[in-house]
Every structure is written in structure tokens, then in C-alpha cells.
Design a protein around this ligand. Structure first.
Ligand code: HEC
Length: 108
């Protein structure tokens, strides 16, 4: 009985967290939209900047990736993905927004 209860609780927790993620992803995507990130990036396709899915794939599992990318988004990045640089997004984009957007990118 105990294990069955655990399985049910586990399924519940999974359901709850996946819904929470879906909401967060929507909020984060609209932050990315409002802050102009999506003028140069899309989730699936390279535009001016790399596809955000490719960014996630490149850094998946890398320790400290979140802090590193937050730093790059704030102060700019060049030479990682090609000849076109990304200009600094700080201070025009709030630190808190950058953190949420980068956390979202890393889930893609
Ligand atoms: C004017 C176009 C432009 C805008 C606006 C822009 N980016 Fe970028 N972004 C780029 C380019 C170009 C690169 C690739 C730079 C390189 O090769 O190092 C890049 C790279 C990145 C990377 C990967 C950095 C790395 O070191 O691998 C992340 C993450 C990122 N952008 C997030 C964002 C976020 C978040 C925003 C909004 C706050 C944003 N970008 C706005 C053009 C842009």
C-alpha cells in the first residue's frame, strides 16, 4: 500500500511541477519578447543570434552555465557562435528579467 500511495503522490507531484513549468515558460518567453531578445533569437531557428534550443543544448549539464550565460547576456558575447556579436543587454534589461530568461533558455 505504501508504495502505491507513493506512486500516486509522485504522479501528482509531477503533474503539479509540469504545470508550474508551463506557466513559468510562458512568463519567461513574454519577458524575452518584451525585452527585445526575440528580435534576434527564436527558440528553434538561428536568426541574428543562435536558436535558443541550440544554446540550451550546448550548455546542458555544464556546471555554472546559468551564471556564465547571465554574465554574457549582461555584458555581451562574441566569437562563440559566429562573427556577429551580441551587445550588452545591461542595464537596459533588468537583472531579474535576465535571470528568469536564462533559466528558461536552459530548459529548452
Ligand atoms: C541585436 C541582436 C541580439 C539581441 C537583441 C539579443 N541577442 Fe543574444 N545573441 C546575439 C548574438 C549575435 C549571439 C552570438 C554571440 C556570440 O557568438 O558570442 C547571441 C548569443 C546569446 C546567448 C549565448 C551566449 C553564449 O555565450 O553562448 C544567449 C544566452 C543569449 N544570446 C541570450 C539573449 C537574451 C536573454 C537576450 C535579451 C535580453 C538577447 N540574447 C538579446 C544577438 C542578440
Amino acid at each position: 500500500m505504501k508504495t502505491l500511495a507513493h506512486v500516486i503522490m509522485g504522479a501528482f507531484a509531477l503533474l503539479l511541477t509540469s504545470q508550474a513549468y508551463a506557466v513559468d515558460a510562458k512568463a519567461a518567453e513574454s519577458l524575452a519578447q518584451r525585452n527585445g531578445c526575440l528580435a534576434c533569437h527564436t527558440v528553434n531557428e538561428k536568426v541574428v543570434g543562435p536558436a535558443l534550443k541550440d544554446v540550451a543544448a550546448k550548455y546542458r549539464g555544464e556546471k555554472g552555465a546559468e551564471a556564465k550565460l547571465i554574465g554574457r547576456v549582461k555584458s555581451g558575447s562574441n566569437g562563440v557562435w559566429g562573427p556577429v556579436p551580441m551587445w550588452p543587454n545591461s542595464p537596459q534589461v533588468k537583472d531579474e528579467d535576465i535571470r528568469v530568461i536564462v533559466q528558461w533558455i536552459l530548459t529548452l
